[in-house]
Ligand binder design. Structure first.
Ligand SMILES: NC(=O)c1ccc[n+]([C@@H]2O[C@H](COP(=O)([O-])OP(=O)(O)OC[C@H]3O[C@@H](n4cnc5c(N)ncnc54)[C@H](OP(=O)(O)O)[C@@H]3O)[C@@H](O)[C@H]2O)c1
Length: 235
């Protein structure tokens, strides 16, 4: 299998080195020097860990070569997410804002327990990442928020400042940035006299690279369509 890795930053480099250990051939793209159009060898799958600005290039390449794509980049706008959905009508596409098994399970638990707790508990989401992270809140926080919104119809409240008492039908979303934190996500269910905290703590970026490679192997065997990490992990 030959993987094209778009973005040769921290994540791209990690994916390339793990793929080589796994005996997969990789073409890592340092975007300042090379784009997908410059790749002359056929690619079986693309893994993108870069920046939303590269979406056009990836969509163009995937359509013309019928190459499956794993989208791991975060920070897409709504219309860009729509384009990713459109691409999945022509090639297999998998998108996830988090490739760790723990987070995918956390999201599933949130979807299951939120309908049970929503009437008696206020729900807040807190995420923390390293000081280089560009987008906020994190893609994973948005995924958790979407799961809460789905079963409550509540609206997000991004941070609070000044006089802003909590409204009954809101979900607070808070982003912390500092140091080298790899990624922390907590969903708090705050009731009268009790708090339930569901937390995930990533200790190394390696978990995301391993998950993305697992997703790439899965995607190569799938027909055209849109997939998530839940499809990879739970079928
Ligand atoms: N889904 C997940 O599980 C997961 C996990 C970790 C990270 N991520 C996401 O993956 C992405 C990359 O993370 P990272 O930690 O590898 O970041 P990074 O070390 O900063 O690397 C970013 C890469 O994107 C390229 N890039 C940056 N800005 C660009 C722009 N405006 N146009 C084109 N290319 C640009 C950089 O190219 P140059 O080096 O040439 O500038 C570099 O190759 C981020 O969106 C991050 O949030 C997702």
């Amino acid at each position: 299998m030959r993987i094209g890795v778009v973005g040769y930053g921290a994540m791209g480099q990690l994916v390339c080195s793990l793929a080589k250990e796994d005996l997969a051939a990789v073409v890592g793209l340092e975007l300042a020097q090379k784009s997908l159009e410059d790749v002359t060898v056929p690619l079986d799958v693309i893994i993108d860990f870069s920046h939303p600005d590269n979406l056009d290039m990836i969509v163009r390449y995937a359509k013309s070569h019928h190459t499956p794509v794993v989208f791991a980049t975060t920070g897409y706008q709504k219309e860009q997410l729509d384009r990713i959905r459109e691409l999945s009508l022509e090639v297999p596409v998998l998108q996830s804002s988090n490739f760790s098994l723990g987070v995918i399970l956390l999201n599933r638990i949130v979807r299951e327990i939120t309908p049970i707790l929503k009437d008696d508990f206020d729900i807040e989401i807190v995420e923390a990442h390293h000081h280089h992270k560009q987008d906020a809140p994190s893609g994973t926080a948005k995924m958790l928020l979407a799961s809460v919104e789905e079963s409550t119809g509540y609206e997000a409240c991004y941070g609070r400042k000044g006089v802003c008492p909590r409204k009954p039908r809101e979900v607070g979303v808070h982003a912390i940035r500092g140091g080298s934190i790899v990624g922390e996500h907590t969903v708090l269910y705050c009731g009268e006299n009790e708090v339930l905290k569901l937390s995930h703590h990533a200790e190394s970026k390696k978990i995301f690279a391993i998950g993305a490679l697992k997703a790439a192997k899965f995607l190569m065997t799938q027909p055209t369509g849109f997939y998530t990490m839940e499809d990879v992990l739970f079928g």
